[in-house]
Design a protein around this ligand. Structure first.
Ligand SMILES: [Fe+2]
Length: 206
C-alpha cells in the first residue's frame, strides 16, 4: 500500500505568538467540546516551544539502549552509534544518519516490532524512503541471519521494485548488520546530538 506523504499543514498554521491579553494559561478547558479558538492558540504556541526540545527525549531514549546487551558483542546504543557512524562515513545525508542512529529505538518499547515503532517515531521528520528504510530493515537484514531460525533469507524480495529498496539494502548490508564490532572507531552520542536536536525540532510530514 502506498503511503501518502503530506506536509504538516495544521502544525505550521499554528501561530508563533498570541496577541492581546492572552499569555501562557494556568487554566484552560477541561473538555474539548468546551474549548475555544483562543485556548487552542495558546496550546499551539506552548506546543511549538516543547517541539524545539523534542530531540532531548529522543536522546534520553537512545541512552536507555545502553542497558541492553542481549548477548551481542556490543550494547544496543553502541550498535546504533556504530550504524550511524558507518552511514555518515559513507556519505549518507542528515536524515539517513539520524534514522540510522534511531533505527533500533523501538527496542525500548518492544523488540518484535521495533522497526515499525522506530519508523513511526521518525515519520514526521524524514522523507518517505528513509521511513521505509527503518520500517522494513529487519526483513532486509534477515539475509544475513534468518537461516539460523528457519526464516526466509530472501524476505526482502517482496519489496523488489520499491523506490526505497536500494537504500534499505545498503543500510542493512553495509551499515546495520556489520555494526557489532567493539573495536570499531564508533562516534559517541555527543557527536550526533546537534543533528538529533535539529531534525526533531521541525516536523515536516504526517
Ligand atoms: Fe540494528
Amino acid at each position: 500500500m502506498t503511503v501518502r506523504w503530506r506536509p504538516v499543514t495544521f502544525w505550521m498554521s499554528w501561530p508563533t505568538s498570541v496577541g492581546g491579553s492572552l499569555g501562557p494559561m494556568t487554566q484552560t478547558f477541561t473538555r474539548m467540546d468546551e474549548s475555544t479558538a483562543d485556548e487552542w492558540a495558546v496550546i499551539g504556541v506552548e506546543s511549538s516551544k516543547s517541539q524545539r526540545h523534542q530531540g532531548e527525549t529522543v536522546l534520553t531514549l537512545l541512552r536507555m539502549l545502553s542497558d541492553r546487551v542481549d548477548g551481542f558483542a556490543v550494547d544496543q546504543l553502541t550498535h546504533c552509534l556504530q550504524t550511524a557512524t558507518r552511514a555518515e562515513r559513507a556519505g549518507a545525508d542528515k536524515e539517513v544518519v539520524v534514522a540510522s542512529l534511531c533505527h533500533d529505538l523501538g527496542k525500548v518499547v518492544s523488540n518484535p516490532n521495533h522497526g515499525a515503532i522506530a519508523a513511526e517515531m521518525l515519520k514526521p521528520y524524514v522523507r518517505e524512503d528513509v521511513y521505509h528504510m527503518v520500517k522494513h530493515h529487519q526483513d532486509f537484514q534477515g539475509k544475513h541471519y534468518f537461516h539460523h531460525f528457519g526464516g526466509d533469507p530472501d524476505a526482502r524480495e517482496k519489496y523488489s521494485g520499491e523506490p526505497w529498496f536500494a537504500l534499505t539494502a545498503q543500510f542493512a548490508d553495509d551499515w546495520d548488520q556489520v555494526a557489532f564490532d567493539p573495536d570499531y572507531d564508533t562516534e559517541p552520542l555527543e557527536h550526533f546530538e546537534p543533528l538529533v536536536m535539529e531534525l526533531f525540532a521541525s516536523p515536516r510530514f504526517f
